[in-house]
Design a protein. Sequence first.
Length: 197
Amino acid sequence: MRNNRTTVRSLVTTQGTCLAMSDGMVIWETPASRKTLHLRTTATAILGVKEDNHELTKLYIGDKLGQLHVINLPYFELAHTYSVSDSTIRAMCMDEHGSLIIADAIGRVWGVHERGQSDLMFDTKRSISSLLIEGNTIRIQSGWEQCLYSREGTLSNSKDASLSFGENLMLRRMRERKALEVQRREAEGQLRLLPSV
């Protein structure tokens, strides 16, 4: 029987590589070993944590059922599985105090405590692609839109990045037109220099 498994998420570190496969298999490969775990569903987000600032000690894996799987390293053992949301986990980030923040597919942002209890921090009403904690603000990417929220959920800034993409595209096309015009003039100049027959 042929294996139809594909990699859906990956995390590459100096210690090893974590691969999450489409069938729920999670693989941890180091130069010395290869270990596997099988989750009951597909992973949608992976976060590695260095608790001592030197080596990875935990992997957090979010899945399409809204569960958070905590895997201890270096043994690659599943320590806990917590239900965080009823929607797919899309992004995870940890702040400087070790608080885990999780975003789901329907725009809710969750705080997860050490024992797996999750509290809804706020709802963005947007599909979240990624999030980053910067001090007391949470930067959320939602498609082309970049938003800054407070930890209480107050939207402080929103920028549509597609506009700058459109401006850059227009500038790029203008440069291409100029380059083509220069090439055309050079070709015409070379034609003038050819002896007539």
